[in-house]
Design a protein around this ligand. Sequence first.
Ligand SMILES: [Zn+2]
Length: 239
Amino acid sequence: MSGTVIPGTPIAVDCWSVRRASGARLFFLSHLHSDHTAGLTSTWSRPLYCSPLTARLLPRHLQVPSHWIRPLEVGQSHVLGEEVTVTLLDSNHCPGSVMFLFEGAFGTILYTGDFRYTSAMQGELALRGRHIDCLYLDNTHCHPHRALPSRHRATCQAARIIRAHPQHHVVIGECPRLPLRSPRQAVLPLPHAWSPLGSPGRCVQPGEGDAAGGPGAGVQDLGGGESLAPGADEAAGAA
Ligand SMILES: [Zn+2]
């Protein structure tokens, strides 16, 4: 789900092009995956609203000046000026990731950003009995052929792979930009939801690891040694 400027509002979410968001006055960051921060750099010079955890990570990873970052507590409603009330909701996607519930004269808008649905979300107080006028929904993997493993199952699979290769340096997350540090370094592309700072990556070359269960699944031996490609049971599909 890429960023947008919400028509009829002063709101831009995950949109860091000043030209594209020229009419926006309130800027929100849902989470730190790189496909949501394109254009967000050390030169950013407007107030930016995000979760407290994202606020802590942002200066370190993108060098955004701290004095422009406005952390907002998750689960509470915040009045921003006279126009917008926003409530941040945990999106269960990666550390610090949130959904935004916007309310104002424009109506009620729920912007999910990237999220992993759980039934607990139905009990979210801010959403209970609420009429949503406009829904921005992340449907990136809303396809019957892209069934995701549960977080628990994927965690177990990753732990099993790591334990099975104690002589390797196993890196979990986005991999195309990772430096190679040793001939026995292995890269394990795991669900998008796991990578706090990366975006969906694909380390496995065509023909390698495809049988492991879908896009992004598999382990690549970068050093020319033994193959680490997991069996089908060890696959963790992209999320
Ligand atoms: Zn994401």
